[in-house]
Write a protein that binds this ligand. Structure first.
Ligand SMILES: Cc1ncc(COP(=O)(O)O)c(C=O)c1O
Length: 369
């Protein structure tokens, strides 16, 4: 016991020395340029009123699920909402999960089988990699958004081949070339899986839906903790794939279901996003405002995530602290969240940021770098 604890302590001390120790800190006060609440739904009073009204009218929505969805924990309402979601995304089936992390682990641990291979973008989210650690499939990384590299790996691949990408990369703020990826997948009979965590809501129901690629993508993961400001996720795809998950995916089977309030709030979230498309327009205006000053960002002109490369951990952290002292909350992404030597400042833009706030932020950054 003592030996184990001292090993844990050593690892923490090593992190501390390297200036990358993580800790859970009290909530910060300041102007939000770091949350994933891109459209402000997490704090939207009108949306909260809608949810409250539903709870008041139907308090049974708060009843605990009481068991696994395969035993006592399923509900007709959750299944209705899953059918509603599938219909919105024009796919056969949708499966609700408590978070995007769980959805990716559920999908990637179960679907790729022994003898299969998963080719993943080098910057794919940790949840995909952790899911694959529970799978018997082989895995290999291709250079970020590098279609030539991917094609080379596809040519060499044996067995069923899956390609795993994010439509909008969370630590780069750039997009996957989805159309070209679907062409490659088609040419090599590979199954494309797209994580839409950061695109959902910001770009309608996500880029797969917006680009009408749903028939060419094997599975899509949309999450409800970012553009929708809540939590949860859905795996979207064909009925056989979803049935397979219900039969073989541990994170679906061996866990208590969510209550109906979760499903209800997601359904109301879809409706709210549909009725408030001005929010994503406002977000795009704010992104353009941010880009006016020409900071050396690596990110796409339409991305709500704007990344500024930093020289090292210390300069990333110093800039974050400097901004925080002035009342602006951003995030210094350092190893192991990003590769060592690729430290960066991550700025998230929102529909609710004012032009003045954005201009103040960019001016402070420009003066600092
Ligand atoms: C690309 C990507 N996928 C999945 C997730 C996990 O989603 P959730 O926060 O809903 O667990 C995240 C979260 O940061 C993400 O960035």
């Amino acid at each position: 016991m003592l030996n184990t604890l001292s090993k844990l302590k050593d690892s923490l001390e090593k992190r501390n020395k390297e200036n990358v120790l993580r800790s859970l800190n009290p909530e910060k006060q300041g102007i939000d340029f770091y949350s994933n609440d891109y459209l402000g739904l997490a704090q939207n009073a009108t949306f909260q009123e809608i949810l409250l009204k539903e709870i008041n009218q139907q308090p049974h929505l708060l009843k605990g699920a009481t068991g696994s969805r395969l035993i006592s924990g399923n509900s007709n309402f959750t299944m209705e909402v899953e059918a509603y979601i599938a219909n919105k995304h024009k796919v056969e089936s949708a499966l609700l999960l408590p978070s995007g992390f769980v959805a990716n682990v559920a999908l990637f641990s179960a679907i790729p089988q022994r003898g299969d291979i998963v080719l993943m973008d080098e910057f794919i989210h940790r949840s995909v990699r952790d899911g694959l650690r529970l799978s018997n499939a082989k895995r290999s990384k291709f250079a970020h958004n590098d279609l030539d590299h991917l094609e080379k790996l596809l040519k060499e691949a044996k067995g069923n081949c899956f390609i795993a990408v994010e439509s909008l990369y969370s630590m780069e703020g750039d997009f996957a070339p989805l159309e070209k990826l679907t062409e490659l997948a088609e040419r090599y009979n590979a199954f494309l899986i797209v994580d839409e965590a950061h695109a959902f809501g910001v770009f309608g129901y996500g880029l797969v839906a917006q680009k009408n690629l749903h028939k060419k993508v094997f599975a899509t993961v949309v999450t409800y903790g970012k553009g929708m400001g809540m939590h949860g996720a859905a795996i979207l795809g064909n009925q056989t794939m979803i049935s397979y998950l219900v039969n073989f995916s541990s994170p679906v089977i061996y866990t208590t279901g969510s209550n109906d309030f979760h499903a209800m709030s997601i359904k109301k979230g879809y409706q709210f996003l549909e009725n408030n498309s001005n929010l994503s327009q406002k977000l795009q205006e704010n992104i353009s405002e941010f880009r006016k000053i020409n900071l050396p960002t690596l990110s796409d002109v339409q991305s709500p995530i704007q990344i500024l490369p930093m020289r090292n951990i210390s300069s990333a952290k110093k800039l974050q602290q400097h901004l925080e002292n002035k009342g602006f909350l951003t995030f210094a992404a350092v190893a192991p969240t990003v590769k060592e030597g690729e430290e960066r400042l991550r700025i998230c833009l929102h529909s609710f940021n004012s032009k003045e706030e954005i201009n103040q932020l960019t001016t402070i950054i420009k003066e600092f770098i």
